[in-house]
Design a binder for this molecule. Sequence first.
Ligand code: NAD
Length: 251
Amino acid sequence: MARFDGKVVVVTGGGLGFGRAYSLGLAAEGATVVIADVNMDNALQTQAAIEELGGKAVVIQTDVSDEASVIAMRDQVDRDLGGIDGLVNNAGIYPVLEIDSVTKEHWDQIYNVNVWGSFVTARACAESMKRRGGGSIVNISSGTFLRPPPNQPAYVSSKGAIIALTRSLATELADDGIRVNTVLPGLTATPGIMGSPDFSEEYMESRVDLQLIKRQEQADDTVGAAMFLLSDDSSFVTGQSMLVNGGGSMI
Ligand SMILES: NC(=O)c1ccc[n+]([C@@H]2O[C@H](COP(=O)([O-])OP(=O)(O)OC[C@H]3O[C@@H](n4cnc5c(N)ncnc54)[C@H](O)[C@@H]3O)[C@@H](O)[C@H]2O)c1
């Protein structure tokens, strides 16, 4: 019996980058994965990759910054799959902007997806988990919270907010049997990062120099931590933060 047999796990932003890695990893261990992504092309490609390997995945177009879209996704999962056992709150954006150019629009854009999106998705999915008798939520923060790169004040503070949100939600949902934890990945060459104006091989290698484990992080490196926190292996762990960054910083 695989670790996630019979479990339904929602992965926001599950179509690309880290989200695709979480989706593939969970499906390989028996989960039915709900790929909740705003971009259907990415999501359908991930679904096809999972099905090719014999796994189960459904795609539901979802914009996490829009609460109505999130609730519609949750209702569809409840109706079609019977409910939600796990959530990886992975969808996030990280536009780069130097401090003097930061506007309210830029700030709101990042907070609407990264913080509000994580909150409303956790709240909506928790309602379904309560009906199942419990569940586990993994929020995705970032090692940048501990060692900020230049030109990302809104993003870095949004990822700090995820740590605080995790602690608050762990407190709010404990009596419902729902655990809430955070994974903090380090810099990883996902499609989103490679499309960033600051991306270069030199920059990636300069971050490796700061790590104890001297290689570039891959999206797959964080999958084990997320699956541990989603599974019953971590049944006495809640409100915690796990850094997966080759020792690039320490809590
Ligand atoms: N790549 C890194 O170096 C790194 C490091 C630490 C943390 N993270 C975090 O990991 C998460 C994923 O990052 P990534 O690098 O894989 O990104 P990515 O840009 O490669 O992929 C992000 C996915 O999320 C989807 N998405 C974006 N906005 C959405 C929305 N409003 N609703 C639903 N889906 C949405 C996109 O369509 C895409 O499929 C983010 O929260 C990011 O902050 C990334």
